[in-house]
Ligand binder design. Structure first.
Ligand code: PXG
Length: 290
């Protein structure tokens, strides 16, 4: 059986899983999504992801016909059907089929798509050796225009930054806010370690409020490490003892250089390794079973 994809309550073979060219998700990037992971048949932070999906949808006045409970069931059913033990789940809700013209009133029904597959955001080697970051000219979207807390289907802001990093030979881009403060990377949040404390940019600056980021803040609390949200400058990054990125796809990945400045010892730091270990443990026990 080939991979089964859920579209509006029905399952389709991967090759037949298609949506209309008149769907406003395609025509205008009008929709929202979530990226979720399961580990050994436990879906990590499923409720948090579903809550964020509905908040993103509410932010763009997109009505999802399924209740949260029904949505959770649809995700779990799709995982079971595909017999996936460890999966990357892409949950997408688009405005649905309309006409040419961006008026969302023309779209009568949102399209719901659930893909359960695999993802490898960075090469395995970088988890051992650490990632090099480069800063890029494109700032993160200003929250007054399109708040990055809405996980929308329009990721061009991040894709432009990714292209800028790739063009100069880097795997990942560090993005700033329009005012020049550290924001996040293209699909990950950022943490630094300074004097045994963890610091991450506050969400009001205009970043995605990452679920892995929140999990790391909880880990800090649990193991007695001070974690705080604070505005960070480039200089704070250059003088950090350690740095790492967090995200559902990336999990936790060490950063060893930023804009050619070596971070700490130039190797993944002790605190970073501790958080990576604690996070792995958490994913083994924390989750919704299927
Ligand atoms: N910032 C941005 C801009 C993101 O897109 C994160 C931070 C981390 O958030 P979570 O909640 O996942 O800890 C994200 C999430 C992909 C991919 O396909 C990207 C993400 C998640 C899953 C897949 O590149 N980004």
């Amino acid at each position: 059986m080939s991979l089964q994809v859920y579209i509006n309550g029905e399952y389709f073979d991967k090759k037949d899983a298609k949506i209309s060219v008149f769907d406003h998700g395609l025509l205008y990037g009008d929709g929202v999504f979530e990226g979720i992971r399961s580990y050994n048949r436990l879906v990590f932070k499923l409720e948090e992801h579903i809550d964020r999906l509905y908040e993103s949808a509410h932010g763009i006045m997109l009505k999802i016909d399924l209740s949260r409970k029904e949505m959770i069931k649809a995700v779990l059913d799709t995982l079971k059907l595909n017999k996936m033990d460890d999966a990357y789940i892409r949950l997408i809700v688009t405005r649905g089929i309309g006409d040419l013209g961006l008026d969302p009133r023309k779209c009568k029904n949102a399209s719901i798509i659930i893909i359960t597959d695999k993802i490898q955001l960075y090469p395995e080697k970088l988890y051992k050796d650490g990632l090099r970051l480069i800063t890029v000219p494109t700032p993160r979207n200003i929250p007054e225009a399109l708040n990055p807390q809405i996980k929308s289907l329009n990721y061009l802001n991040n894709i432009l930054a990714k292209i800028e990093a790739i063009n100069v030979g880097y795997e990942e881009a560090l993005m700033f806010t329009a005012s020049g403060y550290v924001a996040e990377c293209t699909g990950d949040n950022i943490f630094i370690v300074k004097d045994n404390k963890l610091i991450t940019p506050p969400s009001y600056l205009g970043i995605l409020k990452g679920i892995t980021r929140a999990a790391c803040m909880d880990i800090g609390k649990k193991i007695g490490i001070e974690v705080r949200e604070d505005v960070l400058t480039r200089h704070n990054l250059f003088t950090a003892d350690e740095c790492f990125l967090t995200g559902t796809a990336a999990e936790i990945i060490p950063v060893v250089s930023i804009e050619k400045r070596v971070v700490g010892s130039g190797k993944p730091g002790k605190m970073t390794l501790k958080f990576m270990k604690e996070f792995k443990e958490l994913t083994k026990k924390d989750g919704v079973k299927y």
